[in-house]
Design a protein around this ligand. Structure first.
Ligand SMILES: Cc1cc2nc3c(=O)[nH]c(=O)nc-3n(C[C@H](O)[C@H](O)[C@H](O)COP(=O)(O)O)c2cc1C
Ligand code: SF4
Length: 518
């Protein structure tokens, strides 16, 4: 009987040699006359263990990692195909604490199934949400999504159901669903992991969004830096279309929805929804003034839902298991689960899906295991390049939109970047301003000019030039950018800058310049 081996095709695993590991297994199996089937799955999200190889046994899947091509002969000698012991053996995959303690709703199948097998997808609960949606009136689907408490996972946390209702109620001969898969935030990879590891869940979520709003066409807008995700999504759309999951009659419902994948040329600001729409229309990716809202006049001036990958990929579970089931997880107004992406100088980097409510300290110290360098954690940036830096003193903050906002922070796309005590927070503040200057679309003055002045002012502080005056100037500049910018690129750059100044003031008072020796 053939033995099933799982070797991820996820970009993170590929970067660590997964293709070479897969080749080593097939070569070795051929030489030894072993009957194996290699399934190229997505990642389980434990990046420090990649390439993580799993073998299917009577006792369930057994994991080994990180596996290098040179380990393969010894692993086979030790009895990997029967799940036997070896120094790289991690035991039952589902028993690894990092995985076992998660609540995987959106990522339930990621790393489990063959990403491009619709059969595998269905066998693991796929399509149930769409099947239910087909039997419902559009307004009832929207109500269910609203009742689930699902909020946009792209950054702003706007209630998904309310956005859908605006599009449903908007007059228009043609409406669109646009999936924001630009994923520009540093240290984030949840969108990529879903697209590479469970593409049908995103397609299903988009089809449900289409049925609920009357939109018949969808686009996934992603970045050229995601070649593997683009390839998997294109293949998955073709398979879904051939199977009647997309097309003129979705699953035989008589209602149409189809979609395609579009690739941007690469600009952080093209993740901002209106710049994204311009880019999708073939124009320069600059921000549009709001109103009009994209929900009323979006792609090609038509009513458009713009949602993040994770928002859309969470809809099938809401539809399949019910609004109350989803809403039951979480705290306060942050309902359901959130895929936290732990990156930077951290021991256990990867994706951890859990209900809202864990404290930042639990996430960084317990789940992340502290720094990879072994030095003390000094700062954690939450929410990408526009997110605030939190010191240890704020580690009791629960992962919740409102709790973070109350501490002048944001959750954003739930990326966490960890820094040890060697970090220079003045340099980080300068970097935030520099990033804004480089990525600014240039449409408004506070962002375009302010960010460049911010870099200069940070440099003056570093050089010890009138530090007090320049610290005041930097704070004043941040205030102008926060309240005067047209979009959140200029408007949120003050968060990393001000949090660095507030929580790490010692880094903004460089030692006075030493007099030259006589
Ligand atoms: C500069 C900037 C970059 C952004 N980048 C992204 C991104 O990469 N992905 C994303 O989903 N949202 C991004 N957003 C947020 C989007 O504008 C928008 O709020 C989101 O796509 C809405 O989807 P959601 O409601 O599902 O979160 C960005 C916003 C700004 C201001
Ligand atoms: S804040 Fe910056 S990125 Fe946003 S519209 Fe203004 S110039 Fe463009």
């Amino acid at each position: 009987m053939t033995v099933r081996l799982y070797v991820p095709r996820d970009a993170a695993a590929l970067a660590l040699g997964a293709d070479r590991v897969a080749k080593a297994f097939s070569r070795e199996a051929e030489t030894r006359g072993l009957d194996i089937t290699i399934v190229r799955n997505g990642s389980r999200g434990m990046h420090w263990l990649e390439p993580l190889v799993e073998v299917e046994t009577a006792e369930g899947r057994i994991a080994y990692g990180p596996v290098r091509p040179a380990d393969v002969p010894a692993l086979l000698d030790a009895g990997l195909l029967d799940g036997k012991a070896h120094p790289l053996c991690l035991g039952g995959t589902e028993e690894i604490p990092f995985l076992k303690n998660q609540t995987r709703l959106t990522f339930a199948r990621c790393g489990v199934i063959d990403p491009l097998s619709l059969e595998d997808y269905k066998a693991h609960g796929g399509l149930r949400g769409l099947e239910k949606a087909i039997a419902m009136a559009p307004a009832d689907i929207v109500k269910k999504v609203t009742d689930s408490g699902l909020r946009g996972r792209g950054g702003a946390g706007f209630p998904t159901g309310i956005k859908w209702k605006t599009v449903l109620d908007a007059p228009g001969d043609q409406k669109y669903i646009v999936c924001n898969a630009d994923e520009g935030d540093s240290g984030t990879f949840a969108d990529r992991m879903i697209m590479e590891g469970d593409p049908f869940v995103l397609i299903e979520g988009m089809a449900i969004a289409g049925l609920s709003t009357g939109a018949t066409k969808g686009y996934v807008y992603t970045r050229s830096e995601y070649p593997h995700a683009i390839a998997v999504m294109n293949d998955a759309v073709a398979i879904a279309r051939a199977a009647g999951m997309l097309g003129p009659s979705v699953l035989g419902s008589g209602r149409a929805f189809d979609m395609e994948i579009r690739v941007g040329a690469g600009a952080y600001v093209c993740g901002e929804e209106t710049a994204l729409l311009n880019s999708l229309e073939g124009k320069r990716g600059i921000v549009r003034a709001k109103p009009p809202l994209p929900a009323l006049q979006g792609f090609m001036g038509r009513p458009t839902v713009v949602n993040n990958v994770i928002s859309l990929a969470s809809v099938p579970v809401v539809m399949g298991k019910g609004a109350a089931y989803y809403r039951d997880f979480g705290m306060g107004r942050s309902r359901g689960t959130i895929p936290i992406q732990i990156a930077g100088n951290v021991k256990h980097g990867g994706l951890y899906e859990t209900a809202f409510g864990l404290t930042l300290g639990e996430i960084v110290d317990t789940i992340g295991g502290g720094t990879a360098s072994g030095r003390p954690v000094r700062a954690v940036q939450v929410g990408g390049p526009l997110g605030a830096y939190f010191p240890r003193a704020l580690f009791d903050t629960p992962f919740d939109y409102e709790a973070f906002a109350a501490k002048d922070g944001l959750i954003g796309h739930a990326g966490i970047t960890v820094f040890d005590d060697t970090v220079d927070m003045l340099k980080q503040a300068r970097f935030a301003m520099e990033f804004c200057a480089v990525e600014s679309c240039g449409k408004c003055t506070p962002c375009r000019i302010g960010s460049t002045r911010g870099v200069e002012t940070a440099d003056k502080i570093a050089q010890g030039i009138e530090p007090e005056k320049n610290r005041e100037l930097l704070a004043d500049l941040c205030n102008t950018m926060k309240f005067g910018s047209l979009c959140a690129l200029g408007g949120f750059t003050p968060y990393p800058v001000m949090s660095a100044m507030t929580h790490f003031p010692e880094d903004f008072s460089p030692a006075p310049m030493v007099e030259a020796a006589e």
